[in-house]
Write a protein that binds this ligand. Sequence first.
Ligand SMILES: [Zn+2]
Length: 291
Amino acid sequence: MKTLSLTARLPRFAQAWLPRRWRELPLVPERLWRKTLARHRFLQALDSAEQQRLRQLCRHFLVEKEFHGAHGLVISDSIALAIAAQACLPLLHLGGVGKAPGRDPLQALDWYCDFVGIVVQPGAAVAQREVTDAAGVVHRYREVLAGEAMDRGPIMLSWASVDQADAGAASGHNVVIHEFVHKMDMRGIALGQHPGGAPPLPRGFLDTHSEAQAKTRWQSVMQPAFEGFCEAVAMAERFGGEAPWLDNYGATNPAEFFAVTCEAYFVNRERFAVEFPALVTLYDGFFRPGH
Ligand SMILES: [Zn+2]
């Protein structure tokens, strides 16, 4: 069985402190790369320069991250690469955190440098939750998760969900992109805060002239889009109207709305552009500056 050759090579600690250009990188065999692209049509649709850049980002990603299979799941090369390729997709045209793209495309990996571990569960994970309501009553419940991102902590993914990525693109779903976009969102918050669907923006974002202007610009598009989505979800639930495209989980809060809409932006741009034209312009300004 071909396992772990992409992920277990030189000890990670020996590589991690080296500047990226000096690291020993896994090769990502051509056949496996082609197979990974073919299994994800939204990756296959990238142009050849983008595919090449994605492959290079993946090689570094595989050095920088540590995969753990839970409940006996063996992390094969094909699993590791499928996750790496989707996780790196949002980074393709980015600069470093809150920076405009510079000469080094690898700087984009800094968006994920606050954590190392990626835990992959074979199926959905069940989390035990506890909340205390206003009356002081503690409610315990179980939540079924396809993925989870912890601020400055690991990412958890369900392989059963990740493996549906190609089929899920029609409805704008992608669990890997969802969780990694949460990570990007979290780069803009202090420890203990909740992300708000507003990643750190680069200088000059959409021709703005200051950080404050960039933030205002971002919110001026996100806020009405989020409110519109919540309204559509509420209408569908209360009056049986047509449910909006995309997971109504996006109506939970602005951070989930950002993550849910980014999934669709990356895996089904065509439909996303029809449903959320204002967000396409906003996200292009962020994810594809200068394109
Ligand atoms: Zn989420």
